[in-house]
Write a protein that binds this ligand. Structure first.
Ligand code: 8Y4
Length: 228
């Protein structure tokens, strides 16, 4: 991934797939810590994808410098106090509900406004706990408690999030909304749609893309940037 042009490697040990069964803390730790140690030891910039404070602690000790939390540090009551005194940065992602049930019947009046308001409250909570604004990034959480229309509204309105003073992270790679738009059921055949969605996100202000296909995304971005 680094050879292909990735700046950050996101390491996670618990599936957030709708309906996924949670894993034990010990299992999550044994999945991610050796990987983080090895990659950070090689000099890679590592983020840990977790909602559990004990995993954050161990991951930071192992060399992770970014906490990527799909619960925006709300999933574990200890997370804020663990991250605040560290030097780590944090990605605050929006999710409605929890991974087990979030896709059953997501409801919003105005998905862009409500997602933005939530992220702002989490930015404020982090700042209050002593996390400098420079350590915070935000993410609308495409696919996390959102219908097809909610996902499309968030992507169309993504520029609203750049007003919150933190870099915008976007994860669209291979996600179901691309399958629904294109009739492609197989996630690893959604590269073209993923590139189109990622570039559309960058055009609207996203500055970090979470992707599977690093080389292809880099190439698309290189051309995009050159022609801007
Ligand atoms: C096919 C491929 C179908 C991937 C579904 C998926 C995000 C994230 C995930 C995101 C941030 C996923 C951990 C879901 N998505 N973290 N994590 N933003 N910050 N699904 O969008 O990739 S996992």
């Amino acid at each position: 991934l680094i050879t292909d042009g990735a700046d950050i490697l996101d390491i996670g040990g618990e599936s957030s797939r709708p309906g996924a069964v949670p894993v034990s803390l010990d299992e999550e730790l044994s999945r991610v810590i050796p990987v983080i140690e090895a990659l950070a030891g090689e000099g890679a910039c590592v983020s840990v994808d977790t909602r559990h404070a004990p995993v954050m602690v161990a991951a930071m000790a192992a060399g992770a410098t970014i906490i990527n939390d799909i619960t925006a540090l709300e999933g574990d009551p200890q997370s804020l106090e663990i991250v605040a005194p560290s030097k780590a940065s944090v990605v605050l992602m929006h999710m409605q509900g929890d991974p087990r049930t979030m896709q059953e019947a997501p409801v919003y009046t105005d998905v862009v406004a409500e997602t933005g308001a939530y992220l702002l409250t989490r930015i404020r909570a982090c700042q209050q706990a002593g996390i400098a604004t420079e350590r915070i990034a935000i993410d609308p959480g495409i696919g996390f408690g959102k219908s097809q229309e909610h996902n499309l509204d968030l992507l169309r309105g993504l520029s609203a999030f750049t007003g919150l003073e933190c870099p915008v992270v976007l994860g669209v790679s291979r996600k179901s909304f691309i399958g629904r738009l294109s009739g492609e059921d197989v996630p690893d055949r959604r590269l073209a749609g993923s590139l189109a969605a990622g570039l559309a996100g960058v055009a609207r202000g996203a500055s970090i893309l979470r992707v599977h296909d690093v080389l292809e995304t880099r190439q698309a971005l290189d051309v995009w940037v050159a022609l801007k």
